[in-house]
Structure formats: structure tokens, C-alpha cells
Design a protein around this ligand. Structure first.
Ligand code: RRO
Length: 317
């Protein structure tokens, strides 16, 4: 299939978010096929409007030993442990992407303190990325994610500091592991976030009954894939119902088909990220998603994503 363009017939798939133009609502999620500039170029050339880098820190990190992935019928568990070569070393991957593709690239960052997050944001800005995605929700390493993402006051402070240091649009990636996603979303908004990414993976585990051991070396891992979709949808809908058009939402969690993406858009997402499904179906998935969405919009009488977004019926708002 031909890589999609912004306009498919009368249908305009483009989205403007956080002051950035995207030719369609489909972004590559952080952590999937984003280890090299070459693989991100491939994804963009197959139709993704944009990519998010793997989560990056100022210093390199090895991550957890194998086995760190368990595949199941409806989900994947991962405990990668934030492996990355450090921002300076990763710079050459961003450079390659920049040289070959004229589409946005967003850098996911993390740190062990608010100061480190801010330093990481300043460093990725110097690499020339278009926006920062704050990973305040990685479930797989103590002290490097979740504890910055489960308290609304900490979220607000973190976003405020990162935003000040970055000087470019800042997105905040939320955890589904909370009884009150709305307060976290509001904290990020008050801190100045330009968009919310909902949601990261959920802590989970799998057991090998023959060895009577956990399957993951790290014991627990983040659950992604189709099983996460109903949870991600609920989070997006809760946030959109309360915050409305006050802040753009990027839906992520279990999207495999264009129908899944439409569910997220109807629930209130303006854009969506695709992760686990890309590792199964490859980069060509993006062209399929674009053409399926365009056909649905045409048949349903929508010409722009903004018109479709949040138009779930039968919900009181
Ligand atoms: O590297 C990981 O283990 C990881 C990260 Br940074 C994340 O944000 N979410 C996840 O499920 N795994």
C-alpha cells in the first residue's frame, strides 16, 4: 500500500497539536522500534505522522537482564528497565531521522529527580526534537518513573520544571495505576503541559509453573497490548469528560486496528500512539490505520479529526 498523505479524498487526516502540525493522528509510541534513526525513518516513511523516541536519560542505562518480555494471547509484559545509551549518544539517531524525514520527533525523557528530568529535557531540546514527552509512569524501575507520576502535586512541579528547561512543547505520559487519573491530568495541566498521553503500561506478572518461578527476571512487568485497551479508553474518556478541549489527549494502549483508534478518538483523544501492535505487524500497519480511518470518516460524514474527536453518544457530559 502507498504511504498515506494528509488528504485522502475529501477527508483531512491532519491534526494540529501543541503548535505542531501532524499529517495524521498516528504516532509511534515510545519503546517500540525506536532504538535507531533508521528504524524511526522506516516507521515515518510507512505512514506514521511522527515518532516518540525510547525513554532517554542523561546517563546511559543497561536495563534489566533477560527474560524481560513475556508474550501472551491478549497482552505482552515487559520489564526492559529503561535501557538507553544516554542522550548524548542517542543524538546521532535523532540527527539521522532529522536528515531523512520532515515529520515531528518527540523525545521521551526520565530521571531520578525533578532536576534530572529538567536536565534531560534541556539536552533533548539541543538535539533538535520538536517536543518532550515526560515519562512519569514507567512501572519497571524503582525511583525512575512511577513515583513522579502518582501524586498530582509532584506531577505539577515536574511538568513546570521540565517546561521551563525545555522551551518546547511538553507532553506528560500518565500511568493508569491510580485511583484518580483526573487529578494527575489536572496536575499536569496546571504545570503547563501542552498535551497528555494516556496511558503507560500496568504492572503485572506471569508465573512459570514448571520451574515455579516468575517468568520475568524483574518479577513484575508492564502490561501492554489489546488487554490494556479498555483501561486506556476509560482513562481518556474520564479526562476528556472533565477537561474537554482544555488540553489535547493522545490515547495509547492496545490499539491494533483502525477500529481501536476510532474508539479512542470518539472517547476524546485527538491523536493516538501505536506500540505493541507495531512490533507484531511492522511499519506497514500505519498505512492500514490511515486508510481504515479515512474510509470510516467518509462513511460517517466526518471530514476532519477534530469533528470526530469526543463525539461519543449516550454519555452525559
Ligand atoms: O523500559 C521499560 O521497562 C518501560 C518503560 Br521506560 C515504560 O515507560 N513503560 C514500560 O512498560 N516499560
Amino acid at each position: 500500500m502507498e504511504p498515506p498523505s494528509e488528504k485522502m479524498g475529501q477527508i483531512d487526516l491532519s491534526v494540529d497539536m501543541a503548535g505542531i502540525h501532524f499529517e495524521n493522528p498516528f504516532m509511534l509510541a515510545s519503546g517500540i522500534l525506536d532504538e535507531t534513526g533508521g528504524s524511526m525513518v522506516d516507521i515515518a516513511e510507512h505512514g506514521a505522522s511522527s515518532v516518540v523516541t525510547k525513554s532517554l536519560s542523561l546517563e546511559p542505562r543497561k536495563g534489566h537482564p533477560n527474560p524481560c518480555i513475556v508474550e501472551m494471547e491478549w497482552c505482552v509484559l515487559n520489564a526492559m528497565g529503561l535501557p538507553n545509551p544516554g542522550i548524548a549518544e542517542y543524538g546521532k539517531e535523532v540527527k539521522e531521522y532529522r536528515e531523512k524525514v520532515k515529520k515531528p520527533i518527540i523525545a521521551s525523557v526520565f530521571g531520578s529527580s525533578i532536576e534530572e528530568y529538567a536536565g534531560a529535557a534541556a539536552a533533548v531540546r539541543r538535539l533538535g526534537v520538536d517536543a518532550v514527552e515526560i515519562n512519569g509512569s514507567c512501572p519497571n524501575a524503582a525511583g525512575l518513573g512511577l513515583q513522579f507520576g502518582q501524586d498530582p502535586d509532584v506531577v505539577r512541579e515536574l511538568v513546570k520544571e521540565v517546561k521551563g528547561a525545555a522551551g518546547i512543547p511538553v507532553l506528560f505520559k500518565l500511568t493508569p495505576e491510580t485511583g484518580d487519573i483526573l487529578s494527575l491530568a489536572e496536575g499536569a495541566k496546571q504545570g503547563g503541559a501542552d498535551g497528555l498521553v494516556a496511558v503507560n503500561t500496568m504492572r503485572s506478572m506471569a508465573v512459570d509453573i514448571s520451574t515455579r518461578r516468575p517468568l520475568l527476571t524483574n518479577v513484575y512487568g508492564g502490561l501492554s497490548g489489546p488487554a490494556l485497551k479498555p483501561i486506556g479508553l476509560r482513562c481518556v474518556h474520564e479526562i476528556y469528560t472533565e477537561l474537554g478541549d482544555g488540553i489535547p489527549i493522545i490515547g495509547v494502549g492496545g490499539i491494533t486496528t483502525w477500529e481501536d483508534a476510532v474508539e479512542y478518538l470518539l472517547a476524546g483523544a485527538l491523536m493516538v500512539q501505536i506500540g505493541t501492535a507495531v512490533s507484531y505487524h511492522g511499519p506497514s500497519l500505519f498505512a492500514d490505520l490511515c486508510s481504515g480511518l479515512a474510509t470510516y470518516m467518509e462513511e460517517s460524514g466526518y471530514s476532519r479529526i477534530e469533528d470526530l474527536r469526543g463525539s461519543l453518544r449516550g454519555c452525559s457530559r
